[in-house]
Design a protein around this ligand. Structure first.
Ligand SMILES: *Cc1c(COP(=O)(O)O)cnc(C)c1O
Length: 416
């Protein structure tokens, strides 16, 4: 079994080790929650000051052109595209993941309904992140065309749910709770075989592992920039539309930014011919600008290299927990098989909430998700092998000394 020294050796040989310097990480903390909120790229402070003081303060309204504010959603989309197997002119950085899901799902349902009105089912997993399900529920209600959410309990049940009445298969590629990874190409092909379209949520895949939207022949996708992409709290999300659908899908939020000529100021809406039609209104420029600082770091490496280290980190974490925390009621809920694992590891524990609070107090930041799940994100840009070691030691200490029993670790906060 590896020792702490072995972990230090792995760090010394790690080709990505130099990238950690790009981030501001508080001393004395092992941060294993970059899958929920990425840390701050050091460059973000200077960039924020530049946007606020220079571009806004001095440039004023001229900055829409001079500082490239107007084209920012597309320029950032083009830079993000290689991380998800997309090409230039296919991705926008805009709005939130929830709003982007609404726009794309509505466009896909309308497209299907216009051709085959009997296609009214949306297939999703019951365990998907709630907003994905809530957005689909709200949309189905709004449309009043009898759309139905068909929820499956297990990934193995997806093929059976894909009958010929399915309009859209809407899945999150990596499960936010368990870290289980879907085979995007296989499921997309299955959906297409039944005449359904495939909409992928990449919230836990973009920047976490290599994604190949074009290779998988997917139809559309959304994802977050504030998780693995380190764009900052609430930074705008992204969306992707396959080139074959760009001139076909219609956005339900037909705002002026998606118009073919926004400054023609026409009373009649005419959509942009490309993915730009999925813009809605004026963008959150300050926050959007900082997304570039996260992407800068990704441009110093590649996703294949990140994936190799990610799997090494998660393998090490699983092995060390199983050895050093043996005898405690921890149940691994993340698949062991590499092909089925994202970049996080989750364990179920009967006192999961309190255990995580005690661990955070000890300086190891992961998070808790119902039911009973301790969630640890491994982000190879800045997570070291020795961090894995320290995290397991802290977990062992919390379990052995039962520090989680302390009253202060039992009370729930609004954000867990
Ligand atoms: C994090 C996450 C979201 C977040 O959506 P927001 O609109 O940014 O709040 C959505 N879907 C999934 C699967 C997520 O993991």
């Amino acid at each position: 079994m590896p020792t702490r020294d072995d972990c230090l050796q792995l760090d010394a040989r790690d080709p990505l080790a130099g990238l950690r310097e790009a981030f501001d990480l508080p001393p004395g903390v092992v941060y294993l929650d970059g899958n929920s909120l990425g840390p701050r790229p050091k460059a973000a402070a200077e960039r924020a000051a530049q946007v606020v003081v220079q571009e806004w303060g001095q440039g004023l309204i001229r900055s829409w052109n001079d500082a490239g504010w107007f084209t920012l959603p597309r320029r950032l989309g083009d830079r993000l595209a290689p991380l998800i197997g997309a090409g230039p002119g296919e991705v926008l950085v805009t709005d939130t993941t929830s709003v982007n899901l609404f726009k794309l799902l509505a466009a896909m349902l309308a497209h299907q309904h216009a051709r085959q009105p009997r296609r009214r089912a949306i297939v999703c997993e019951r365990g998907n992140f709630p907003t994905d399900l809530h957005i689909a529920q709200g949309l189905a209600k709004l449309l009043q065309q009898g759309h139905e959410l068909r929820l499956v309990d297990r990934a193995e049940d997806i093929p059976a749910a894909l009958a010929d009445d399915v309009a859209v298969l809407m899945l999150t590629q990596v499960d936010y709770r368990t870290g289980a990874l879907h085979d995007m190409a296989a499921l997309t092909a299955l959906a297409h075989g039944h005449g359904a379209l495939a909409l992928w949520d990449l919230a836990h895949s973009a920047g976490a592992l290599p994604v190949d939207l074009r290779g998988a022949d997917a139809d559309a996708a959304v994802g977050c920039t504030y998780k693995y992409l380190n764009g900052g709290p609430g930074s705008p999300a992204f969306l992707w539309v396959a080139p074959r659908w760009q001139a076909v899908f219609e956005t339900p939020l037909s705002g002026w930014w998606g118009h073919a000529e926004p400054f023609a100021m026409e009373p009649q809406y005419r959509p942009d011919p490309g993915v730009g039609r999925f813009l809605c209104g004026t963008q959150a420029i300050v926050s959007q600008s900082l997304v570039a600082c996260g992407l800068d770091v990704f441009e110093r490496t590649d996703m294949a290299c990140l994936r190799t280290k990610s799997l090494a980190l998660t393998d090490l974490f699983i092995a060390l927990v199983e050895e050093r925390c043996a005898g405690f009621p921890l149940e691994l809920v993340t698949p062991r098989e590499h092909a089925r694992r994202g970049s996080q590891v989750s364990w179920r524990h009967p006192q999961g909430y309190a255990v995580m609070q005690a661990l955070i107090a000890a300086g190891v930041i992961g998070d808790y998700r119902e039911p009973g799940i301790l969630r640890f994100g491994f982000t190879p840009l800045y997570t070291r092998f020795v961090d894995v070691w320290e995290a397991v030691e802290a977990l062992r200490d919390v379990l052995q000394n039962e520090t989680w029993r302390e009253a202060r670790f039992q009370t729930r906060s609004a954000v867990t």
